[in-house]
Design a protein around this ligand. Structure first.
Ligand code: MN
Length: 224
């Protein structure tokens, strides 16, 4: 499950099947409440290697920042996954860091909440079990990356963030503003990291260079 700040902040649920990642975009993210039905828009399959991706999509479709919000394994609770997908009812067990236990993806008959009735609207629902909770908001409780422990700004402010290339439209509106704020935050963090690194580098260099001449070192220290 990736947390994706793009044209809208959303979560991407992906499960590996037949060598690709079957993918659903979940606008409100998953809920541990068995009474909550979260819209999950079926989107195009993604390459397997995308499943571990965390970093930046610089332009085009999905441009923004991707956080690896959860990862783990899934086990279908049915014998025939393809038949279950065709039927529009896939029960599964998740074993991630954050999401565990029994879940189901159910395709809606019509659309859902104004989405077109084109068969892309599914619902992601937690089954009642030891991992379900009507109270715990797992999104707020565990908002950070399972890969880096960081938030969006941390991912952006990395010296060399991973970059994923793709090809279609970009950021505007509310998410665009949020994105701009996060970029600003990331740049500030980066600048601070740069200053700290420069200070550390000076601190490391100083004694080595001056060790053979302690007097000179003393003078140099006084000057500062
Ligand atoms: Mn996405």
């Amino acid at each position: 499950m990736q947390k994706h700040l793009a044209s809208h902040l959303h979560y991407d649920f992906r499960i590996e099947h037949n060598g690709v990642l079957l993918s659903w975009a979940v606008p409100k993210g998953p809920s541990l409440d068995p009474g909550a039905r979260r819209l999950a828009m079926h989107v195009e399959d993604h390459p397997r290697e995308y499943g571990d991706f965390e970093g930046v999509i610089p332009s085009g479709y999905g441009a923004g920042v991707v956080m690896l919000w959860d990862r783990g394994t899934w086990t279908p609770e049915v014998d025939d996954v393809d038949a279950a997908l065709a039927r529009g009812d896939l029960k599964m067990t998740l074993d991630g860091y954050k999401l565990k236990g029994s879940w189901v993806l159910v395709r809606t008959k019509g659309g859902w909440g104004g989405t077109p009735a084109d068969g892309r609207a599914w619902l992601l629902i937690k089954h009642r079990d030891e991992w379900s909770s009507p109270e715990l908001d797992v999104l707020a409780f565990a908002p950070l990356s399972v890969a880096s422990g960081g938030d969006f700004a941390d991912i952006l402010s990395e010296d060399d963030p991973d970059v994923w290339r793709s090809n279609r439209p970009a950021l505007s509106g509310e998410s665009g503003a949020l994105f701009a704020r996060i970029v600003e935050q990331a740049m500030a963090m980066k600048a601070e990291t740069g200053r700290t690194a420069a200070r550390k580098a000076r601190a490391r260099k100083a004694p080595t260079r001056k060790a053979p001449a302690p007097k000179a070192a003393k003078k140099a220290t006084k000057k500062r």
